[in-house]
Design a protein around this ligand. Sequence first.
Ligand code: AHM
Ligand code: MG
Length: 321
Amino acid sequence: MAQIGTDLNRFILEEERKYPQATGSLSLALTAIETATKIIGSHIRQAGLVDILGKTGKLNVQGEEVQKLDELANEIMIEHLLDSGEFFALSSEEMEEPIFSEKGKNGKYIISFDPLDGSSNIDVNVSIGTIFSIHKKVTGTIEDFFQEGYKQVAAGYIVYGSSTMLVYSTGKGVNGFTLDPSVGMFLLSHPNMKMPEKGKIYSINEANAKKWIDDGLVDFVESLKEKGYTSRYIGSMVADVHRTLIKGGIFAYPADKKNTNGKLRLLYEASPMAFLITQAGGLATTGKEEILNIKAKSIHQRVPVFLGSKTEIQELLSYIA
Ligand code: AHM
Ligand code: MG
């Protein structure tokens, strides 16, 4: 196992060396994500300040404009991913249609991402994140985005929290890296992350309980309360899943009368998180099927999401399935 403190770039290269047939493409692809998210992270850290400086007019004098952070994050991701030449096509929460890359026309991968997840938390200084999901290019058409989640080559997220962390998997376990801001490097802090078999926390927007569609969900949540569980809900999927990955328990965004397929998007929210959670020993379901087995039908398709420790998810299924 790699040593704590190993720099992400070295870690990626050492992983690549384990496969003599590897061409280095995936390493370059991951490095492009790393660079883009470091830049996004630095803008997030400046966000409050930029706003203040913007109001004083100081930034305008320097010719810089205050841009919405989620749009800026999207532009930064696109610029770096396209420039890497490793991606044949890109889809994003912020774009109606995918982009097919000229520079990446020989690229081996396609990527779906949510550049800045947790939009309601951006303006209030609460943790937000970036999520990504990489598949192989197979047909060279939009169909490549509709592959099942279990076929992901890599998936991960960056959480911009009290520290910035990058957590990813290439299908051989999950590793977490914490940004050391003094040197600008992601250092291995959470090697081979494994979820507890059972936790003590549930994470769900209970304000929607009266609208939930799944019969039995209310009873399930009540049963958790009776067992002494506590509740945590940030409203940023990345932060809520990150806590669930580390502490165990369950995170859910179920279907309700307003969002009949749930709120979260399959390609760049549910599927990459399901990949990470299952790689860490947990389970991920819509309540009816495993999230990783779903073949998408459209880029922005939504699905109900239940992710968590084995015990809670199995218990949930006994209530709703
Ligand atoms: P966003 O992509 O517009 O930010 O929406 C996704 C977010 C998730 O991060 C979070 O889990 C969920 O929406 C919270 O929704 P709600 O405020 O309805 O509980
Ligand atoms: Mg989102």
